[in-house]
Design a protein around this ligand. Structure first.
Ligand code: PEP
Ligand code: MN
Length: 263
């Protein structure tokens, strides 16, 4: 179902006023985690002002340590829905279980399935039944074959609104958090008809090469970019090292638009 042989034309996903996989690129920006009303409104307002269409923010967080901040849960999603409705943004947030799909669905526009759950097959089946657009992240050590078969599960469940996102894979390299597999972009575009995005924050885990990686992603044919933005990254409750502040986002955004690669 995901293959180009099955469908030759690109899938375009329409969510409210946005089109993902269409003629224009899409930028998904926002904090790693929703932390407070003040924090989320600060980012949402700045993203709207910049012209970003999709706001991200985690409420159910897949943290490596059980002692780390686990997210605000449904209270966080309520904050995001109110901000997005008032400000006029489309929202995306991660769900980690079938149960969380039911909890989150009334509050968000797009479900995110995270890297750690790319092969949580019951979750993929539930996402297939959900009727909501799904952004599927590549697993930490997933091959492209495994990645597209995970997307196939969602489509097989009756959902044709599936987007893929490369977010870096595990290699021996230590200078980046993960290794951005740029070759995934043209390969996924070639093999599937689904929109393909690149998460420059989780793939690199750092702030200083985001623009170069985003430009590389667009040059390789990506339909959009994801980047983590926080009003005060040093104080962030998750991914403090890789989130950029609003000023840094504005410089990143300008650089991307001035590159001539961003449609
Ligand atoms: C995220 O985008 O919030 C996230 C946890 O990313 P990943 O699943 O790619 O690690
Ligand atoms: Mn994060």
């Amino acid at each position: 179902l995901v293959s180009r042989q099955h469908q030759s034309e690109d899938t375009v996903i329409r969510v409210k006023h946005a089109e993902i996989g269409g003629a224009s690129h899409v930028t998904v920006a926002g904090p790693c985690s929703i932390e407070s009303v003040e924090q989320l409104y600060a980012v949402a307002t700045a993203m709207k002002k910049a012209g970003v269409t999709v706001l991200r923010g985690g409420a159910f967080k897949p943290r490596t340590s059980p002692y780390d901040f686990q997210g605000l849960g449904v209270d966080g999603l309520k904050i995001m829905k109110q901000a997005a409705d008032e400000i006029g943004l489309i929202t995306i947030s991660e769900v980690m279980s079938a149960e969380q799909i039911d909890i989150a669905a009334p509050y968000i526009d797009i479900l995110q399935i995270g890297a750690r759950n790319m092969q949580n097959f019951e979750l993929l089946k539930a996402a297939g039944r959900s009727g909501k657009p799904v952004l599927l992240k590549r697993g930490l050590s997933a091959t492209l074959e495994e990645f597209i078969l995970a997307a196939e599960y969602i489509m097989y469940g009756g959902n044709d609104q599936v987007m893929l996102i490369e977010r870096g894979i595990r290699t021996f390299e230590k200078w980046t958090r993960n290794t951005l597999d740029i070759s995934a972009v043209p390969l996924l575009k070639q093999e599937t008809h689904l929109p393909v995005l690149v998460d420059v924050s989780h793939s690199t885990g750092r702030k200083d090469i985001l623009l170069s990686c985003a430009k590389a992603a667009l040059a390789a044919g990506a339909d959009g970019i994801m980047v983590e933005v926080h009003p005060n990254p040093e104080a962030a409750l998750s991914d403090a090292k890789q989130q950029i502040n609003i000023e840094e986002f504005n410089a990143f955004w300008k650089g991307l638009r001035d590159s001539g690669l961003y449609r």
